[in-house]
Design a protein around this ligand. Structure first.
Ligand SMILES: *[C@@H]1O[C@H](CO)[C@@H](O)[C@H](O)[C@H]1NC(C)=O
Ligand SMILES: *[C@@H]1O[C@H](CO)[C@@H](O)[C@H](O)[C@H]1NC(C)=O
Ligand SMILES: *[C@@H]1O[C@H](CO)[C@@H](O)[C@H](O)[C@H]1NC(C)=O
Ligand SMILES: *[C@@H]1O[C@H](CO)[C@@H](O)[C@H](O)[C@H]1NC(C)=O
Ligand SMILES: *[C@@H]1O[C@H](CO)[C@@H](O)[C@H](O)[C@H]1NC(C)=O
Ligand SMILES: *[C@@H]1O[C@H](CO)[C@@H](O)[C@H](O)[C@H]1NC(C)=O
Ligand SMILES: *[C@@H]1O[C@H](CO)[C@@H](O)[C@H](O)[C@H]1NC(C)=O
Ligand SMILES: *[C@@H]1O[C@H](CO)[C@@H](O)[C@H](O)[C@H]1NC(C)=O
Ligand SMILES: *[C@@H]1O[C@H](CO)[C@@H](O)[C@H](O)[C@H]1NC(C)=O
Length: 531
């Protein structure tokens, strides 16, 4: 067991200087990498920001703030420039299903609100002159999420038994867990037990009155009332996505509770449907709030999902949410990239952790997304610190991309678009995939003293990056401009890893067995999109 080198760090106040401003403005002409995809050019101009929240920070309910980066979404109306090189805005983010490295527990899902302030620095920073953190993340609030009747949700793994699902009028059967005691320890007298809807939140999209959240257990997409946190809608995807064991729906993700580590489902992997812990990682919404897109983390089990080597075909669903009842409009497939995993000695699939719909020019019929595809098992707190694939790439859907909704038999229980080795069926054209922005460019990380690979210190990037949020460099500028610059925010999910942790509204204390304290890290990339 290794431990972090001890640290203490206070966020310094950065003073704006004319030189810094000139350098920051010049940054927009820099090119770290450039990619053409369709008729658009995508430019990565440089790493523009870095900040963090310490691993032991708590929310207003006394719980560890946790991996707030499972997904993040800006309230775009709040995004403002408040100084020559200073921006601020409200960022909503969702943590994972609670501390879960030693088993799942009865953590109630929630949405955190943070105030984000970005102070651009001179672009002259480098390994010799690293900038201190220039992104301030200030915790403001949290909203607890409940089922349709107002009962708390739980992070506990859903029961494998279909008979344990919960039923509400107008909802599909919901994944649910039954527990004794308080759901945090194995003492049956610690509480009255319960039966709650299980949520493993991974994607977030905002509308005026709702939080849309995608989940891994179902995999489902839920709508929650933004004021009360109450579930108001659940989207059940086609049967091909729903996990089945013994020819029956079985929502367990094989993530036993902390107090009963041997409580694994039989068989462990679903025979068909989403693979364990590879649910709807991604959720994104159109600017008019009428269209929602969600995407599976990697292939369904009948299409290669049980193997890290084969799980390339990842399905993407488009829903019309302009009326009260979501309607499936289109379904596409994205072939995920692969990378060489030195610990395995062969190529494996870079599963995706988020997508973000990109703005398009008027009249442009193509849809383009950023997709966060990455390796796993490398970074701060892992045995290997050097990550080999951590990208925000571009995915483009054109008139050539096959709409799976028009194909017969692919959405039924055992419906499939690929072989068990993840090879797409003949005739299916996947979305276009264009490699773009690499998180791990050393010269960019060095601007803030960060690194990929090397010593296990707090400047080493975390393993998991799971969110993408995009805001304009020139807030208020009309969207019709042919070339626009954005700040692309990405937050990490630290899995609540800390030595000073709290769950169960502060009553349950824990110290992660890894011995690590992982900051909640956030990066800001400056990107340009031109047509
Ligand atoms: C987090 O840890 C730091 C350093 O050990 C300590 O100063 C701080 O009070 C802790 N914060 C919380 C919320 O426990
Ligand atoms: C967020 O922080 C900025 C800069 O510190 C401040 O101007 C703004 O009022 C804050 N917003 C909220 C909602 O707290
Ligand atoms: C950049 O750094 C170099 C060497 O440290 C210094 O000479 C130069 O003035 C700096 N430029 C700016 C714009 O800060
Ligand atoms: C679920 O309930 C049905 C009907 O009550 C019963 O026949 C079946 O055995 C139950 N399944 C399990 C796994 O307990
Ligand atoms: C599936 O069937 C096996 C063998 O009959 C049984 O042990 C197992 O509990 C069943 N799994 C589920 C999820 O019902
Ligand atoms: C569709 O495919 C054809 C043939 O490969 C190609 O010429 C055309 O540019 C593609 N159209 C789009 C919109 O990508
Ligand atoms: C699903 O389809 C595959 C290929 O057609 C077949 O081998 C398998 O037995 C089917 N599984 C189930 C549970 O129907
Ligand atoms: C740069 O972009 C190309 C694709 O145009 C991609 O293959 C490569 O990985 C990227 N490299 C870096 C360092 O971003
Ligand atoms: C992890 O869970 C096991 C029981 O499953 C328990 O004995 C152990 O103390 C737990 N570790 C931590 C750090 O809570």
């Amino acid at each position: 067991m290794r431990r972090d080198s001890s640290w203490s760090y206070t966020l310094p106040v950065l003073y704006w200087t004319a030189a810094a401003a000139a350098a920051a403005a010049a940054a927009s002409n820099d090119v770290v990498n450039r990619t053409s995809c369709g008729s658009h050019t995508y430019t990565y101009s440089g790493l523009a920001g870095y900040g963090f929240v310490p691993s032991n920070a708590t929310d207003k309910y006394g719980d560890t703030l946790g991996g707030f980066g499972s997904s993040a979404a800006f309230d775009l109306n709040s995004w403002r420039r408040i100084g020559p090189e200073t921006y601020t805005g409200l960022l909503y983010c969702i943590p994972d299903r609670g501390w879960n490295t030693n088993g799942t527990l009865n953590y109630q899902a929630r949405v955190h609100t943070l105030n984000v302030t970005l102070q651009l620095t001179s672009n002259n920073n480098s390994a010799n002159r690293p900038s201190p953190p220039n992104l301030q993340l200030t915790y403001l609030d949290s909203l607890l999420l409940t089922d349709p009747t107002g009962k708390p949700l739980t992070g506990l793994d859903a029961s494998a038994d279909f008979n344990d699902t919960l039923h509400y009028r107008g909802f599909p059967p919901l994944p649910a867990a039954i527990y004794t005691g308080n759901g945090f320890d194995d003492d049956p007298n610690s509480g009255h037990g319960g039966h709650r809807v299980s949520l493993d939140a991974e994607g977030l999209a905002l509308t005026q009155d709702s939080f849309w959240i995608s989940d891994e257990y179902g995999p489902y997409v839920y709508r929650f009332d933004r004021r009360t946190g109450r579930m108001v809608t659940a989207i059940e995807p086609p049967p091909a996505y729903i996990p089945h064991r013994n020819q029956t729906i079985s929502f367990s993700a094989d993530s036993p509770p902390i107090y009963d580590p041997n409580d694994a489902p039989i068989p462990e992997d679903p025979v068909t449907g989403r693979a364990n812990n590879q649910g709807f990682e991604a959720l994104t919404i159109s600017p008019d709030g009428k269209t929602l897109y969600t995407m599976i983390q990697s292939a369904l089990d009948q299409e290669g999902g049980t193997s890290k080597k084969y799980r390339r075909p990842a399905r993407l669903l488009q829903y019309d949410i302009s009326s009260g009842t979501p309607v499936t409009e289109h379904e596409y497939v994205v072939m995920l990239p692969t990378y060489y995993d030195p610990t395995k000695g062969h190529d494996v699939v870079a599963a995706q952790s988020e997508i973000h719909l990109l703005p398009t020019a008027a009249g442009d019929l193509d849809k383009a997304f950023l997709v966060l595809a990455r390796d796993s098992g490398f970074g701060h707190g892992q045995d290997e610190s050097l990550s080999v694939y951590r990208h925000a790439d571009v995915v483009r859907i054109t008139s050539n991309t096959t709409d799976l909704k028009q194909w017969r038999g692919v959405d039924g229980v055992n419906g499939s678009i690929a072989s068990a080795k993840g090879v797409l069926d003949a005739g299916i054209t996947p979305a276009e995939y264009c490699s773009f922005l690499d998180y791990n460019v050393e010269s960019q990380l060095a601007k803030f003293g960060l690194h990929n690979g090397g010593p296990q210190d707090r400047f080493l990037l975390n393993e998991k990056w799971e969110s993408l949020a995009l805001v304009p460099v020139e807030p208020g500028l009309k969207a019709s401009v042919r070339e626009r610059e954005y700040f692309l925010f990405s937050l990490s999910d630290n899995d609540f890893i800390t030595q000073n942790g709290r769950m169960n509204f502060g009553r349950f204390k824990y110290a992660d067995e890894s011995g690590y304290n992982l900051d909640n890290q956030a990066l800001v990339f400056r990107v340009k999109i031109s047509s």
